[in-house]
Design a protein around this ligand. Sequence first.
Ligand code: AHG
Length: 335
Amino acid sequence: MKPISLIQFLIEERRANHINAELSLLIEVVARACKRIAVATGKGALGDVLGNAGTDNVQGEAQKKLDVISNEILLEANAWGGHLAACASEEMEDPQPIPDGYPKGHHLLLFDPLDGSSNIDVNISVGTIFSVLRCPDNAVEPKAEHFLQPGTTQLAAGYVVYGPATVLVLTIGHGTHEFTLDREVGSFVLSRRNLRIPEATAEFAINMSNQRHWEAPMQRYIGELLAGKDGPRGKDFNMRWVASMVADVHRILTRGGVFFYPMDAKIAAKGATGKLRLMYEANPMAFIVEQAGGVATTGRQRIMDVQPTALHQRVPVFLGSKQEIELATRYHMDA
Ligand code: AHG
């Protein structure tokens, strides 16, 4: 079969009335920017891209050089295209308006330019996550409040994982699809259509070093998995943790599994409501996972139903294979 490029795929989706021209162009621009990020990450020690930038982001976290470079690549690529009303980044306190003199569009773009940045210096997969919303009609100068829409209103979401291969995973609400970057040709090529996450799994991802801080229902759920064949679940479970959500989610979309970043006492002591960001990480990943037949909750509520109250809001994240996420969520609801 002839390979289908991302551009061809988007044209087909336009013909099927799944997407309009402006959104299709916006996705192309994001994909193009991610190719540049892939080149930057691929340079490693030869490109002066490793190590800290010497600055903190809005969350008070030390920024890596590649966090800053990736953020700038995405901002610059999206400034002049004419399909955006504004964008917001995990790395910036306030939304970025479209610079004067450039045409404006009808969409809002949110992104985590480089997720899993603790992995950069040790040459492990990192990624970019993005989400697209419609800009409310009356918003002349979109502000944070215009971005505060629940995940169910997302028009598109995707991530790019910069691993042994650079892979883009995309949903526009009609299934979840995977494109692999053909480095020689420079284009993303459809590699898997309609990814499906199996309902059952025997593999979980969680940062076990936080175990003593978890709430009782999480202790119970993971305790049962660890008990293996002789425990109440009657089977052995395997564990993986990359510390890049993109890489962990990509594994789940490839062979099933579940990912948890639950609430814990350490997070609560900082006055936070979770570790991962609702708008830049949880919502786009929830959309991608649900479109592949998986489930995504906060442990107590469907992630995409959460009404955001702040641009940088954090939430607990449970996502992946349906049976396990439903069970872990039930333990939390019943507690
Ligand atoms: P960051 O982008 O700040 O590196 O955060 C990464 C996120 C997510 O991608 C990953 O699953 C999680 O944080 C890792 O958390 P731990 O450091 O607790 O393992």
